[in-house]
Write a protein that binds this ligand. Structure first.
Ligand SMILES: O=C(O)c1cc(C(=O)O)c2c(n1)C(=O)C(=O)c1cc(C(=O)O)[nH]c1-2
Ligand SMILES: [Ca+2]
Length: 719
């Protein structure tokens, strides 16, 4: 009777609580669980308990578990049939919960496990990637509740919420830095002013693109076409990287310290002079993450002495740059809904901007800003407008709810206009446009947002109603150029769809554009920059062949810009794919949420090039065929430098080209896949080039700083 009363009371509370139900899972997009589903889900769970199928939870736990706003049972995951264990998750996991958990840990756990959780006497260390009793939230919960039979781990006298706080804290211990030696760590202190003037800090590399305008250009000119062939290895450092992960990040360099992110979500600090490791941070990811595009990470951002990294389970984490320890962490999106983070964050003023991935998952994309100090959400811009919002007329029915529009490549910032520029990716489902009639704004667009408010100032759509996965996730290059006799502040964009664009960066006006690879889906661009499409643009059930391939004319790997010659350097891919679509009634979301509506195949190998393009027109200046070593099939973006040399890596070979002619000056085999774009900085007065391939970071210079040495992470003693 009491049970039935509680049941009814909870059902009524659910009805009355209304809006609160939405917050059951942190940060999930609005409207994703209908109120009716939330109630049905709760009733089903009560039903399971009534028939005795949930022996591991008491009635009190079941009721608290489904409580709107702070329940630990995800109704949504449960309704999706993920099973009970997988539907249970720490409902808090926020800075307050971590702090409460840390205090409780000292009181209840430290006497056996040690004050820092490293273990003592007979109790094991809790600073381990996974626990012997299982690593799910529910497995740890049960140990805190019931203890472990036959061991000294007795049940603890804790409230239900207190158990979750301890779990929040244990997760930070699991991810904690493995400190090697931070004694000699130099001062790390990067101001917003430094980031604005980053190009003048030639001894550092302070952000993903090296500067806020996306140039990826070093002002150093010691290496030039006359001496580049004399480049020699200074040191190499072998990282420990799990099998199957390709390093894709651009490192940061601050005061003779290199910070590198490794797949899936680790960070290593190295001494830039010697390559010796200072600290390493490993983030523990949940099992069974649904990921479309590999376990990759493109890098870090820095402000003050704090580093920022996004994770594959869609968290944003702030680390103490001197020790690798976590300062704060926040949940950006629900990884169970197909969101993840692969992009490097961007620091702008005192905020950290982070984009998300999930265009292959029927997500609704967004871009978010968090306070750098406190990790609090400042603003969020949804890349797919809701009904009634600006741009919503480009969507029909409910398609906007799963419309995609990810933001997985770092944008650029113009301090004078106070505008943030960011690329938006493909609509979802990728290959089936019939389910989402209309232009589908703001997919495959660049958006210009006010940095303080996150409000849209202008947008330009490169590929209306895309059905080829031609994400517009590229690095925006902000340049001041003379176009048709007039000085203009522009944004330059070589797009995955095969066209190069020049736009006015104050208002998005289309100024110039042309194809930079062979394209068959459009004959050109009209006066407003809209593509003039052909039949090859219509994706069919039988399959239609179109150029460029699904890899695009270029993909996300960053271009660079040399202001001395007004040249854009871009990695380009020539080739074709066959694109197919399914009948609308057969387009379903896969069990892991994947939502693509059929796909593409690429019958012949693609050809990779580095192009030099006139930034104002997109006209080709030179074309260089990249090295081929198929076992390492992969390529990086491009670095340009004031000495007139550009650097890139393809198929495990680093090469240097004359910026004016594209002729090859030097190459060296690194061996190993590489998606990490080289950078340049000065070390004790010498210009060096850093490149990473396979699991190894290499630093080259014209003269040895010290005798060449090879260091691995496990061999830390001096040679
Ligand atoms: O739509 C998306 O959200 C999304 C995300 C990502 C990613 O985050 O890496 C890729 C893609 N799409 C994609 O289409 C693609 O070709 C791709 C290549 C890579 C890579 O790391 O090399 N990522 C991604
Ligand atoms: Ca995509």
């Amino acid at each position: 009777m009491i049970v039935l009363g509680l049941l009814a009371a909870t059902a009524i509370a659910s009805l009355v609580a209304g809006q609160a139900i939405y917050t059951t899972i942190q940060n999930r997009p609005k409207n994703s669980v209908k109120i009716e589903d939330a109630i049905v889900g709760r009733l089903e769970i009560f039903g399971e308990k009534l028939v005795g199928r949930l022996p591991e939870l008491s009635w009190s736990e079941v009721i608290q578990g489904v409580w709107p706003g702070r329940g630990f049972i995800s109704i949504e995951a449960y309704l999706e049939g993920r099973g009970f264990e997988a539907s249970i998750a720490d409902p808090f996991n926020d800075p307050k919960s971590i702090a409460d958990g840390a205090a409780l840990f000292q009181e209840k756990c430290a006497s056996c496990h040690g004050r820092d959780g490293r273990g003592a006497g007979h109790a094991p260390s809790l600073r381990r990637d996974s626990y012997r009793i299982g690593n799910s939230d529910f497995a740890i919960y049960k140990v805190l509740r019931d203890g472990i039979n036959g061991t000294a781990m007795a049940p603890r006298d804790l409230s239900l919420a207190q158990r979750w706080h301890i779990i929040s804290y244990l997760r930070t211990l699991q991810s904690a830095a493995k400190i090697v030696d931070t004694q000699a760590m130099p001062e790390i202190s990067v101001t917003w002013r430094d980031l604005l003037d980053a190009k003048d800090h030639t001894s550092d590399w302070l952000s993903y693109s090296g500067s806020l305008d996306g140039w990826r250009h070093s002002k150093l000119d010691q290496i030039n076409p006359g001496n580049a062939s004399a480049l020699k290895l200074i040191w190499a450092h072998q990282f420990e990287v799990p099998q199957g992960g390709t390093i894709a990040a651009t490192p940061l360099v601050v005061n003779k310290t290199i910070f590198m992110s490794l797949p899936p979500n680790s960070v290593v600090a190295l001494d830039a002079e010697t390559g010796r490791k200072i600290w390493r941070f490993d983030y523990t990811l949940p099992n069974n993450l649904a990921l479309c595009c590999g376990r990759t990470n493109r890098g870090l951002a820095v402000l003050g002495d704090t580093l920022f990294i996004g994770t594959l389970d869609a968290k944003l984490i702030a680390l103490n740059a001197k020790t690798g320890e976590v300062r704060w962490q926040t949940t950006v999106a629900d990884a169970n809904k197909g969101y993840s983070i692969t992009a490097a964050p961007l620091v702008a003023k005192d905020a950290v901007i982070i984009g998300i991935s999930g265009g292959e998952f029927g997500t609704r994309g967004f871009l978010s800003a968090y306070g750098a100090q406190d990790g609090k959400l400042r603003w969020r811009f949804n890349t797919i407008p809701a009904p009634g919002e600006f741009g919503s007329e480009t969507w029909k029915n409910d398609a906007w709810k799963t419309g995609g529009g990810p933001t997985w490549v770092t944008g650029s910032f113009d301090p004078e206009l106070n505008l943030l520029y960011w690329g938006v990716g493909n609509p979802s489902p990728n290959y089936n446009g019939s389910l989402r009639p209309g232009d589908n704004l703001f997919t495959n667009s660049v958006i210009a947002l006010n940095i303080d408010t996150g409000k849209l100032v202008w947008h330009f759509q490169f590929t209306p109603h895309d059905a080829h996965d031609w994400d517009s996730n590229q690095t925006p290059i902000l340049a001041d150029l003379t176009i048709a006799g007039t000085k203009r502040n522009v944004i330059c964009w070589a797009n995955r769809n095969g066209f190069y664009y020049v736009l006015d960066r104050a208002n998005g006006e289309f100024l110039a554009g042309r194809a930079f690879v062979e394209v068959t889906w459009a004959t050109g661009l009209d006066a407003k920059g809209r593509p003039l499409t052909t039949k090859a643009n219509e994706v069919t059930p039988e399959g239609v062949t179109a150029k460029p391939s699904v890899a695009g004319g270029t993909n996300w790997l960053p271009p660079s810009y040399d202001p001395n010659t007004g040249t854009i350097f871009v990695h380009a891919t020539e080739g074709k794919s066959i694109y197919t679509t399914s009948a609308p009634e057969h387009v379903v979301r896969g069990t892991n949420g994947i939502y693509v509506g059929s796909g593409s195949s690429t019958p012949q190998p693609l050809d990779n090039y580095v192009l030099g393009l006139n930034a104002a027109t997109g006209n080709l200046i030179w074309k260089y065929a990249s090295p081929r070593l198929p076992e390492y099939s992969s390529y990086s973006g491009v670095l340009s430098s004031a000495g007139g040399v550009v650097f890139s890596v393809a198929d495990g070979i680093i090469f240097a080209l004359d910026s004016k002619t594209g002729s090859e000056l030097w190459r060296a085999t690194l061996g190993g896949k590489a998606q990490s774009t080289p950078i340049s900085f000065a070390l004790n007065g010498q210009q060096v080039i850093e490149a990473t391939a396979g699991n190894t970071m290499f630093v080259f210079g014209l003269a040895g700083v010290r005798p060449p040495q090879l260091l691995s992470e496990t061999q830390q003693s001096a040679p």
